[in-house]
Design a protein around this ligand. Structure first.
Ligand SMILES: NC(=O)c1ccc[n+]([C@@H]2O[C@H](COP(=O)([O-])OP(=O)(O)OC[C@H]3O[C@@H](n4cnc5c(N)ncnc54)[C@H](O)[C@@H]3O)[C@@H](O)[C@H]2O)c1
Length: 383
């Protein structure tokens, strides 16, 4: 059994998501366990090179995690032929030029969502990768979460019968920087820096609904900016020029509708910050990140409606939880393991950059629907 090293340029790992999920819980966790098994019995061991703009932060991060290499010179890292993969988890703005630079250097490419700011740019990256013949992929972490895996199993088992309707409810309270510091970076609230709730979350909604229920064929959307003034990381006030509240409806192949509610300005009182409810003729399910609850047709109760008396009925008690059967594995790591094997052994990877472009197709359609106050169709996308 031999160890095969694979060098990965990781850009943006000083950030919130890159550091915790992609670097520590994925790449370093795989490295710590001696790599992943290849089909010939060898072990594939990832070796990260941390790339970014701030030398001090990169040096500190590398030292904290026993990473040998870091650099603020992306061009020099890309010029090194021993670096095989470029990964981008930096702020969304600028992903287009960074990605094209990496593709031009011949690197296989793995990108966080959204892969670009617009559909046009997303397709430009996907087409460039295809033309260059490099392996490519977009992170679609949510499908690997235990709750949504369980939902997928229900779908595959035919649990729902005919799907009648779907509700996707996402939201939490993001502090505006007055009473407490904001828990999201200020770039999320600036158009020029790749901000906006639709651009941030709707790429997830696209692959989740496409894969867990049915393909999205059309959308109607209204959005607004409910918190127009915020304070940034340094406490400086700024004007918000993106949406932080969105109400949308998706139409699916087969005709079912998805009611989509997304907010960065709501207080949570439900099963989780993200819930997906599927109602079918034979049963319903509510999935969260880790859990999934079902109510089959034969166990559906008749809740009482009483305007005269305050009833003591526990509606949650009528749902059965789908048990954890598979061992837990970090959802970002699941994507990494598939992508690394895809690069080295050519095994299938479920989300090439064209799938990432589909996310931007939905994003663009939402903005257009809001502007034009009408339904927008989503035709099939090709390279
Ligand atoms: N898959 C998911 O569920 C998920 C979750 C969170 C974030 N993301 C994506 O990951 C990316 C980073 O998000 P985050 O929450 O970690 O943000 P963050 O603000 O915590 O980190 C951003 C990172 O990008 C770097 N950066 C900022 N501006 C840059 C610029 N102009 N050029 C190059 N690098 C720059 C920062 O130094 C930092 O390393 C975003 O594209 C976001 O959409 C995905």
């Amino acid at each position: 059994m031999a160890a095969r090293q694979i060098r990965i340029a990781m850009n943006g790992v000083t950030g919130r998501l890159g550091q915790n999920q992609h670097l520590v819980n994925s790449i370093l966790a795989i490295r710590k366990e001696g790599g992943i098994a290849l089909s010939n019995g060898d072990r594939l061991v990832p070796e990260p090179i941390l790339v970014g703009r701030n030398a001090e932060k990169l040096e500190k991060l590398a030292a904290a995690h026993n990473v040998a290499e870091w650099s603020t010179d992306m061009a020099a890292v890309l010029a090194d032929p021993s670096v095989e993969i470029y990964f981008d988890v930096a702020a969304t703005a600028g992903r287009l030029p960074r990605s094209l630079q990496a593709i031009e250097a011949g690197k296989h490419i793995y990108l966080e969502k959204p892969i670009a700011d617009t559909l046009e740019d997303a397709l430009a990256i996907a087409r460039a990768a295809d033309k260059a013949g490099v392996k490519n992929g977009v992170v679609q972490d949510k499908v690997f979460l235990p709750g949504f895996r369980k939902l997928r199993k229900l779908k595959d088992a035919g649990f729902f019968g005919r799907v009648l309707s779907v509700k996707l409810d996402f939201g939490w309270w993001i502090f505006d920087g007055e009473m407490h510091p904001a828990q999201r970076s200020s770039w999320n609230y600036k158009k020029a820096e790749g901000g906006g709730l639709i651009l941030d979350m709707f790429p997830h909604w696209r692959y989740m609904i496409d894969g867990l229920v049915a393909p999205v064929t059309a959308v109607t959307c209204r959005h607004s900016t409910v918190t127009p003034k915020r304070r940034d990381e340094a406490g400086r006030p700024y004007d918000v020029d993106v949406e932080d509240e969105v109400a949308a409806t998706f139409e699916l192949e087969g005709g079912a509708l998805v009611q989509v509610s997304s907010s960065w300005a709501t207080r949570v009182r439900k099963d989780d910050m993200l819930t997906l409810q599927v109602d079918g003729t034979k049963g319903s399910a509510v999935a969260t990140l880790h859990r999934c609850f079902i109510q089959p047709e034969v166990a559906t109760p008749k809740p009482a409606w009483d305007v005269q008396t305050k009833l003591d009925q526990d509606l949650f008690a009528h749902w059965q939880e789908v048990p954890d059967v598979d061992p837990f594995k970090n959802s970002y790591r699941c994507g990494w393991e598939l992508f690394l094997k895809h690069v080295v052994e050519g095994t299938p990877f479920p989300s090439p950059l064209l799938a990432g472009a589909k996310g931007l197709q939905l994003v663009d359609a939402c903005y257009r629907s809001n502007r034009e106050r009408r339904w927008i169709d989503l035709p099939e996308l090709t390279l």
